[in-house]
Design a protein around this ligand. Structure first.
Ligand SMILES: [Zn+2]
Length: 76
């Protein structure tokens, strides 16, 4: 299994006094580790019949998006 590395550059954008001091960075399209990107997991019913059950983590998309919130504050 290979792991993809992603880098995020953090720098304060336009800030004004009294304005918002938060930023949001999104990183999209990460492969869901729970279903390996399939969007489903094999399950067995009461008669040992295998069926595809929608992944509860990615809700069937097979991918996850990361939302990273950054809060800016005055340096101490
Ligand atoms: Zn999944």
């Amino acid at each position: 299994m290979c792991k993809e590395k992603r880098f995020i550059e953090i720098s304060p954008g336009l800030v004004t006094p009294g304005g918002r001091m938060t930023d949001q960075v999104e990183s999209q399209g990460h492969i869901c580790p729970y279903c390996q990107g399939n969007g489903y997991r094999w399950q067995e019913d009461d008669w040992q019949e295998r069926y595809k059950k929608e992944c509860p983590i990615c809700r069937g998309s097979g991918k996850l998006d990361a939302v990273i919130r950054v809060e800016w504050k005055a340096s101490e």
